[in-house]
Write a protein that binds this ligand. Structure first.
Ligand SMILES: Nc1nc2c(c(=O)[nH]1)N[C@H]1C(S)=C(S)[C@@H](COP(=O)(O)OP(=O)(O)OC[C@H]3O[C@@H](n4cnc5c(=O)[nH]c(N)nc54)[C@H](O)[C@@H]3O)O[C@H]1N2
Ligand SMILES: Nc1nc2c(c(=O)[nH]1)N[C@H]1C(S)=C(S)[C@@H](COP(=O)(O)OP(=O)(O)OC[C@H]3O[C@@H](n4cnc5c(=O)[nH]c(N)nc54)[C@H](O)[C@@H]3O)O[C@H]1N2
Ligand code: SF4
Ligand SMILES: [Mo]
Length: 766
């Protein structure tokens, strides 16, 4: 690492340009997603010196680290849950490559001050290598120093002996079900409800909305079911980058004559045409058509589009009244609302033409089995839960819930984020009643009714000085939040922050506690000395074999060992023999007793049988609500105002442009971890770019490649390069975590999720 200027405020730090000229991913702006470059990436990595270890890991019997599609597991690293032999996508290779890096050098932390470490970009932080010994940064010190385990436990034990409302956890969805179960049991035994989780920033609106409507917060569609759909509506998802193996299902659907409707303000090239290495003869060279219809909505307007589709379905006589009467509640209000909403309001809100909406309604209404699948484009909105209602209402109006081949399918993010929810890592007012009852039975007392802090509330509480102790099971709480200046300040108000992590990230260097910040290096999924389980977005539980780490002389610990030892020190043998739980078989038995649907966990060590969780997949229109009927909710149309320049205090007499900014992932990053600086599919050569429509740029007198300032309500990024692309006019796209410096997101009240996909900004000439 080269030394950088000290004491620079990272909240205003610009992405490091030295990385922009190297290691990008080849040709930019290809005509289709996927393609030969994917194969090239595979070849380069698997034939390189890291190749043997990479192959060994790919063959290891464990679930892929990357996304929640859930490839891998007991039948071998290349098998999906219906037993098909599939190849892993390159995202899997990317994730493994990062984990099999050499360790951070022994004296690295002695040689580099925190001020220097704070200058690192996400990519640079990840490239430091694997964490391989525990370190602590004490208040007043300038360097992280090595620390021994006994002292860690002493600090942690003291830190957690604070009033329960002043201690908190945050978790990210890569750890195991076993670690997740222990974390929530440790916190609830302390009487704390502050179980923030990355899903609060992600699919929480899906969980909240679906639970109210169907009594179950996850996908009701199994992978097997998806194979029988003849129409998929794909909303707010960039699956070619983030769930690549879903693309193969979409290609097969088109091959069998099915239709795909894409809803997205950005024309993502891979959703138009995708060249999949899984079909070398039919797809790889020529590409496969994906979208039958591409609806380029305005950001944040999906409710208007879906109300429009509902209105068109009603007008075309395509709603299933018998089904609605028998299997749903509240449907008449939804129908009345769609009828009463005039077309002009719908069209001006969503920006899609009536003809396109009517064609979409025809496709949906005339198909036999429609799957509605979505990701962050609709959840990360101020009306995220309404978005989910409006999508699921459309499914119900057409009888597409509770039958094979059809239903609602949130496409989940982290590879075990859904498992964390299942294990009860949620604030207590979102905990399922039956889990609450079994936990109360285990504890022999009722759970605290104090409303806990979800992720955003945790940051606000910490900012207000209400948190003393925080344990982070993975993730990057600092980098994942909006308004990084606030996130940094908030974490800085906490006395003790304990990070469990596999690799360093910018959160470890910027999310520093007031007294002690400890980083504990952990084994990853394919290295744990014991078996673990994870859950895919399709509700399939994977069993992960024990493994080994390539790190020699490393002082790593398993998450399960750390959490159970800390719990033992805090709670003795109440309500369980915590130390016995270091053998994860006992945790699985406890999970089987405590979490409904997971009964098969009790015997999974003997049978090695992975399983689909009970009560989640609806093949009949009998749902898990108290009445068995699905509940429908009216969805008011959002009132979307275009950002006005007056909101921002920008210099006078400069040419400027107010835009609605979408913030999300490039094609070469995993959340806050950046693997490569560029995004070849969107033609963005480095991280500090803004993708905008050529017409918008020209209207303000901007040229492509011009450098501009992008300012939000919390800060600005300078020297940002304009790139022209197929975004909806009036909107633009930038990458997180860097862009999180510039805005304070509005929050969807019902789910707590920030509106990362609709950020008002102004762009002006430097
Ligand atoms: N390789 C890789 N895989 C990943 C991840 C990763 O970072 N890298 N992250 C994982 C995680 S945690 C998650 S949550 C998922 C994220 O997966 P995605 O949700 O696919 O990721 P995003 O980049 O947030 O992009 C969402 C899409 O929503 C669109 N969009 C933006 N605003 C709107 C809108 O108002 N309406 C509609 N309809 N669309 C909109 C954007 O243009 C974009 O195409 O992927 C998971 N898998
Ligand atoms: N502007 C903007 N912000 C966003 C989003 C957006 O679209 N736009 N998306 C949001 C979403 S959907 C999400 S899910 C969050 C992501 O937020 P997080 O989940 O908090 O962040 P990640 O970047 O996924 O965390 C990566 C770190 O996890 C650690 N890690 C990896 N594997 C393991 C493991 O096995 N065990 C442990 N203990 N640690 C491990 C590594 O140290 C790595 O650096 O970001 C959110 N923030
Ligand atoms: S689709 Fe997701 S789970 Fe499957 S191999 Fe790719 S990253 Fe892994
Ligand atoms: Mo996510």
């Amino acid at each position: 690492m080269t030394s950088k200027p000290q004491n620079m405020d990272t909240a205003n730090q610009q992405p490091n340009e030295s990385f922009t000229s190297i290691e990008n991913s080849g040709d930019h702006n290809p005509q289709m997603g996927g393609g030969l470059s994917v194969i090239q990436y595979w070849a380069e990595h698997t034939l390189s010196p890291e190749g043997p270890k990479l192959w060994q890991t790919l063959m290891h019997k464990s679930a892929c680290l990357s996304c929640a599609w859930g490839t891998g597991g007991q039948k071998g690293g290349f098998t999906n849950e219906v037993g098909e032999k599939v190849q892993r996508c390159m995202k899997s290779v990317e994730a493994i490559s990062a984990e099999i890096q050499p360790p951070v050098a022994t004296h690295f932390f002695d040689q580099h001050s925190i001020a220097e470490l704070q200058q690192l970009s996400s990519l640079e932080a990840d490239r430091l290598g694997r964490l391989s010994f525990p370190v602590i940064l004490r208040s007043g010190n300038s360097h992280y120093r090595r620390i021994d385990w006994e002292e860690i436990y002493q600090i942690a034990e003291t830190a957690f002996r604070q009033p329960p409302e002043r201690v908190a956890s945050y978790s990210s969805g890569r750890s195991s079900n076993e670690a997740a179960f222990l974390l929530q049991l440790m916190m609830r035994t302390l009487d704390s409800n502050n179980l923030a989780d990355c899903s609060d920033l992600c699919h929480s609106p899906s969980t909240v909305g679906l639970k109210q409507m169907f009594g179950s917060g996850t996908s009701m569609v199994s992978l097997e079911n998806l194979k029988h759909a003849d129409c998929v509506v794909l909303i707010g998802s960039n699956a070619p980058a983030n769930h690549p193996r879903l693309m193969n299902e979409l290609i097969k659907l088109r091959d069998r004559g099915g239709k795909i409707i894409v809803v997205n303000p950005v024309v993502e090239v891979g959703l138009v045409k995708f060249a999949s290495p899984a079909f070398p003869l039919t797809s790889l060279l020529t590409g496969s058509e994906i979208a039958s219809l591409y609806l380029q909505v305005k950001p944040g307007s999906d409710v208007a589009l879906f109300v429009g589709i509902q209105k068109a379905l009603i007008e075309q006589g395509l709603i299933q009244t018998d089904y609605l009467q028998t299997h749903t509640e509240g449907w008449q209000d939804v129908v009345d609302h769609a009828q009463a909403t005039d077309w002009n309001t719908i069209l001006s809100t969503c920006g899609v033409s009536q003809t396109e909406i009517e064609v979409a309604a025809q496709m949906i209404g005339k198909s036999q089995a429609v799957v509605f699948a979505w990701a962050m484009g609709v959840t990360q909105q101020e009306n995220g839960v309404d978005n989910i209602y409006s999508i699921a209402n459309t499914a119900l109006l057409t009888g597409n819930a509770g039958k094979p081949g059809a239903g609602t399918m949130p496409i989940r993010g982290h590879s075990n984020v859904q498992g964390f929810g299942s294990m009860g890592v949620v604030i207590t007012d979102r905990l399922k009643k039956d889990i609450q009852a079994s936990l109360e039975k285990l504890l022999g007392r009722s759970l605290s009714r104090v409303p806990g802090y979800d992720t955003r509330r945790l940051i606000d509480a910490a900012d207000a000085g209400k948190i003393d102790t925080l344990i982070c099971l993975g993730g990057n709480l600092y980098g994942a939040n909006p308004d990084l200046t606030q996130a940094k300040r908030a974490l800085g108000n906490i006395d003790t922050v304990i990070y469990l992590a596999t690799k360093p990230n910018i959160g470890h260097f910027n999310g520093l506690a007031k007294q002690n910040t400890i980083i504990i290096p952990v084994f990853n999924r394919f290295e744990n000395p014991h078996k673990t389980t994870t859950e895919s977005g399709n509700n399939f539980v994977r069993l992960n074999d024990e493994g080994h780490t390539h790190l020699t002389q490393a002082d790593l610990i398993s998450e399960v060992e750390f959490l159970s030892e800390l719990s033992h020190r805090l709670h003795g043998d109440y309500p369980v023999d915590w130390r016995q739980l270091q053998d994860t078989r006992y945790i699985r038995k406890l999970i089987a007793q405590t979490i409904p649907g997971f009964e098969a966990m009790a015997i999974i060590d003997d049978t090695l049988e992975e399983f689909t969780i009970g009560g989640r997949i609806f093949n009949q229109p009998k749902f898990s609500t108290s009445s068995g009927q699905a509940k429908m909710f009216v969805t008011p149309l959002p009132e979307l105002t275009s950002p006005s320049v007056e909101q921002f205090n920008i210099p006078a007499n400069v040419s400027h442009l107010a835009l609605t900014l979408i913030t999300g992932r490039s094609y070469s990053q995993h959340n806050t971890v950046v693997y490569k600086p560029d995004d070849r599919y969107r033609g963005m050569p480095h991280r500090n770019c803004i993708l905008m429509h050529a017409e918008d740029a020209k209207s303000a007198g901007f040229a492509e490649h011009q450098r501009v300032t992008v300012q939000g309500d919390a800060g600005q990024l300078d020297n940002v390069e304009i790139i022209f692309g197929s975004v909806r006019p009036g909107s633009a796209l930038m990458f997180y975590p860097e862009v999180n410096v510039i805005f304070k997101a509005r929050i969807d009240e019902r789910s707590g999720t920030p509106a990362y996909k609709r950020v008002p900004v102004v762009v002006y000439a430097n």
